[in-house]
Design a protein around this ligand. Structure first.
Ligand code: C2E
Ligand code: CA
Ligand code: CA
Length: 915
């Protein structure tokens, strides 16, 4: 490519010159300059008789009467002129006598005088030619000669015809005729302008008329005389080479001299010039590669100069013009091509670009390294120095491969060459950088290449992306892990589960999800503080991970809930064993935290794909349901998701859909359970307990549907229905003279509503029940939200005269603190303690101390869940004053309640009543 380029350029230049005719201008320039540098003397044989300003002054206004020309002719003949030619227009008649005299003079001269004939182009109509020939009277006694000349495109006259066609006859030109051209021929020749026109002898017309014949003879004898105008006012001037303007008559004289001296110059064929030019191209194309620039220039120049000198000599020595323009075009073309090739990058252009590049390179924030085609560093900017710790001086000349290499491939070297740019898509690659201290860091490199002064060079814009990469990693980590424990988070668990299920489907194996919940973690959080709770969660996370190893994914779902995913064949068995191991471990191995050794149990729910469900979402929620089941059964237990749970769920869903209708159709009923004073075993109260009499399923207990009530929008409606119904029943009993305290369980929604106090007052008023016979039972879980508000509500309820009971005492963690905070009248010890009072010393201690505490606080104590006489006896021994339980009577409808209790005015309890 680079070898062909200059020759193609030169050939193109040549072609363009030939097509546009530019070579002709160059040829004229060269040939004209040859005329300027060489000069020849005229022969002196041609003498010009000039109609010059002195002649015009003497003879008067032009045109003169032709009698004057007759006189001149006579004078010239006397002087012995060999040939006489007039370059004056004789084509139109003037005054008759004068014309006749001139015609006679011509005749006397024997018809040897030459008169001009010339063509004139119409200035009005293009293409129209007038032929100006001497009047017939003159023509009969003279020779006609053409005086037309031809101007080149640049307006300069160089060529001169040998003759011309005038009205169909061939007429020789004046120059050819006087000069004595051997034969009549057509065509033109180039006038030899090296003949110095100024040395052609000139006589003033008026002088010739005035001079003595003898004097004239000396000047004109045997001479060829041309009579013509030189005075400026007569016009007829032509532009000629060498930058001069000459009168037409002088040009005729010069043309005559050219012919006379054998210097009617002929151009050698253009083909010869073309062959020369092409020859030079051929020479250069063979020699180009082997030569240095200066040698090339020298060869081109010397060939051009030699040929030009030859052409000069030829033109001097013989009447031939060698056109060297094409050769010079080729030569100049080569010089330019060589110079362009040489100067372009290495010269000032290159230096300017280089300086600009340096300035930019020094200021860019990215590292910039340039290399030669072998990968050796040629440039190393300050940013690169800062990044790698190597100063430019250390790096120039060392391979770039020493500080950056490919990160992934086995062959880590970067191969410099065109393929490097092709092999790296977008030319942006991530590479590995090595700092001076040996540290490896990720580098983003933009690679590029260019044609430099010494072949292809490469550059790399280098950016240290270690911070960016760390940040990405950190964000990815944050998004995927639980910040507290470092375990996978719920999001990651879901992704993992999706993938695991997909793989399981392909591999036909199973996936199990274990959801783990810590027992009573909330209490730890509340009493020991959240920081302690958080630290404990971290320990739990660690424990779970050590128990599982790397085979399973452990995630924290939030709060104290964790999840484990395992997959494989017969995974249910593995999951069961794993759950057992975890539960056992948690029960038996304590966590040591802040000098405390504490045991925290856990409950686990397990669901299995594909046995239980096929969607990841449901797999998790099934495990959750199983977890609730495990917790309900007993803490520290694990449970699989079963058909039974599924059915319970379906049941709950069905009940939910039927709940609204149940309210409309009054399907709710209140049952009453007796409360007994232990001192005398008298019936002193009844707790109202709700039942749903379902049209298809029969009687349903609150355990099954209270959740639905609490979460429903109609929760308050149900709650106030209970309140009013119970109050009405109590009032009815009161009116019968049975002063029974009626216990009503408050719902969370009631405590949240603004008008609990108003509603209670309203219910009392509407039913007519004495306030002291209404006992509102409050459980710990409905107290939690807002202490202050609850306390205020209770004070106002108390001020109505209503009694307040703390229900399910002992199940919550804050029970004791609540006793101080709220104005309770009595507390009801939860049946979970009472039931085991005879077998479990711990439970007995709790119950006994609770009774003692209540007494000190001046509260009544009701023991719940008394199922047998022995339990009752123990309670009596502990000083408990009231009791409730199956032993005294199960909750029954009001009708049954009345039937059972009313007949005996003072019922002595013998056998437990069966509901
Ligand atoms: P609770 O307030 O603790 O009510 C006593 C529960 O203990 C009743 O269950 C009763 O049947 C049961 N029970 C009484 N004696 C014994 C016994 O000796 N052994 C055993 N194993 N159980 C005994 P029930 O009626 O199923 O009520 C369950 C819970 O539902 C109640 O617990 C109460 O918290 C809630 N509840 C019931 N009715 C209402 C209501 O009308 N409104 C509100 N808000 N909650 C209610
Ligand atoms: Ca209760
Ligand atoms: Ca209770």
């Amino acid at each position: 490519m680079r070898r062909i380029a200059p020759h193609a350029f030169v050939a193109a230049l040549l072609l363009v010159a030939l097509l546009t005719g530019a070579h002709e201008a160059i040829r004229n320039l060269v040939v004209d300059s040859r005329f300027a540098l060489l000069s020849r003397a005229p022969t002196g044989e041609v003498v010009l008789v000039a109609i010059d300003p002195p002649s015009l002054e003497k003879m008067g206004v032009w045109p003169w009467p032709r009698a004057v020309h007759a006189d001149l002719l006579a004078k010239l003949r006397q002087a012995g002129a060999s040939e006489i030619a007039f370059d004056i227009d004789f084509s139109s008649p003037s005054d008759e006598a004068s014309d006749r005299r001139f015609a006679e003079a011509l005749r006397d001269a024997g018809g040897s005088v030459v008169l001009p004939a010339f063509k004139q182009w119409s200035s009005h109509q293009q293409g129209l030619i007038f032929y100006n020939s001497p009047l017939p009277a003159f023509a009969d006694h003279s020779w006609a000669a053409s005086v037309n000349v031809v101007a080149d495109t640049d307006g300069l006259v160089r060529r001169y015809p040998f003759g011309d066609q005038v009205r169909g006859d061939f007429v020789p030109s004046l120059g050819a005729l006087l000069g004595g051209s051997p034969q009549l021929r057509a065509g033109t020749f180039a006038i030899d302008f090296s003949i110095t026109a100024g040395e052609i002898p000139v006589l003033s017309y008026v002088d010739v008329l005035r001079q003595e014949t003898s004097t004239l003879q000396e000047l004109l004898s045997k001479k060829k005389v041309i009579v013509g105008a030189t005075a400026l006012e007569l016009g007829d001037r032509v532009n000629v080479p060498k930058g001069s303007i000459m009168p037409g008559a002088v040009l005729q004289a010069l043309a005559t001299e050219s012919v006379l001296q054998g210097r009617a110059l002929q151009g050698l064929p253009l083909l010869l010039a073309l062959i020369g030019a092409i020859g030079l191209i051929l020479v250069m194309s063979t020699a180009w590669g082997r030569l240095k620039h200066l040698q090339r220039a020298a060869i081109v120049l010397s060939i051009a100069v030699t040929v030009e000198l030859g052409a000069w000599w030829l033109q001097w020595d013989s009447p031939y013009i060698l056109d060297t323009s094409l050769l010079h075009i080729v030569a100049v073309g080569y010089l330019c091509a060589g110079a362009a090739h040489e100067i372009d990058l290495r010269g000032w252009l290159g230096r300017i670009a280089e300086r600009r590049f340096q300035r930019v390179a020094m200021s860019v924030g990215d590292g910039l390294a340039c290399t030669d085609q072998n990968g050796l560093i040629t440039f190393w900017n300050p940013a690169a120095a800062a990044m790698f710790g190597h100063a430019p001086a250390e790096m120039i000349g060392t391979p770039l491969n020493e500080v950056i290499s490919k990160a992934d491939a086995t062959d880590r070297t970067i191969a410099f060459g065109p393929e490097i740019l092709r092999s790296m898509p977008g030319n942006v690659v991530e590479l590995e950088g090595r700092r001076k201290d040996g540290q490896i860091f990720p580098v983003e490199a933009h690679l590029f290449g260019w044609e430099g002064a010494h072949g292809t060079e490469y550059g790399a814009l280098l950016r240290d992306i270690s911070v960016r990469k760390r940040e990405i990693q950190r964000i990815r980590h944050l998004a995927s892990t639980d910040t507290l424990t470092g375990l996978a988070n719920r999001h990651t668990l879901r992704e993992h589960l999706d993938a695991a299920l997909m793989e399981a489907e392909l591999e036909r194996h199973e996936v199990a999800v274990l959801v783990i919940d810590l027992d009573r973690f909330k209490d730890i959080n509340d009493t020991l503080g959240h920081t302690f709770g958080d630290d404990l969660l971290c320990l739990v996370a660690q424990r779970l991970q050590t128990l599982l190893g790397n085979d399973a994914l452990v995630a924290r779902l939030g709060g104290d809930e964790f999840a484990i995913v395992i997959s494989g064949v017969e995974v249910a068995q593995t999951a069961g064993a794993l759950a057992a191991r975890i539960c056992h471990n948690f029960q038996n191995e304590s966590f040591s935290l802040r000098r405390r050794e504490m045991r925290i149990g856990c409950s686990i729910g397990i669901s299995v794909y594909p046995r239980d469900t096929s969607s990841p979402e449901q797999l998790l929620s099934s495990a959750d349901l199983a977890l609730y089941r495990a917790k309900a059964a007993r803490e520290g237990k694990w449970s699989f998701y079963t058909e039974e749970i599924k059915a319970a769920l379906a049941n709950k869903l069905a009940l939910e859909s039927e709940f609204a209708r149940a309210i409309e159709r009054n399907e709710f009923e209140l049952f009453y359970q007796p409360q007994i004073r232990l001192r005398d075993l008298r019936l002193i109260g009844a707790e109202a307990l709700i039942r749903w009499r379902h049209p298809k399923r029969g009687l349903i207990g609150p355990a099954e549907f209270m959740d639905i009530v609490h979460t429903s929008a109609s929760s308050n409606d149900v709650a106030y229905w209970v309140l009013h119904t119970a109050c009405r029943k109590g009032a009815a009993w009161e009116r019968q003279g049975r002063n029974l305290r009626v216990g009503v369980n408050l719902s969370p929604s009631q405590l949240e509503s603004d008008n609990l106090v108003g509603a209670v007052a309203e219910a009392l008023k509407e039913s007519g029940l004495s306030p002291h016979l209404l006992d509102l039972e409050v459980t710990e879980n409905i107290l939690l939200s807002d202490d202050e508000r609850a306390a205020e509500i209770f004070v106002r309820l108390r001020s109505l005269g209503v009694g307040l009971s703390f229900d399910d005492f002992g199940t919550g963690f804050g029970s004791l603190s609540y006793l101080k905070k709220y104005p309770f009248d009595r507390l009801k010890i939860d049946r979970s303690f009472v039931g085991e009072i005879r077998n479990n010393a711990g439970d007995a201690a709790i119950v006994s101390s609770t009774i003692g505490l209540a007494k000190q606080l001046g509260l009544d104590v009701v023991a719940e869940g008394v199922e047998d006489a022995a339990t009752m006896d123990v309670l009596v021994g502990m000083g408990c004053n009231e009791a409730q339980g199956y032993y005294f009577g199960r909750p029954v409808s009001s009708v049954e309640f009345e039937q059972f209790w009313w007949p005996q005015s003072v019922p002595a309890v013998k056998e437990p009543h069966a509901a």
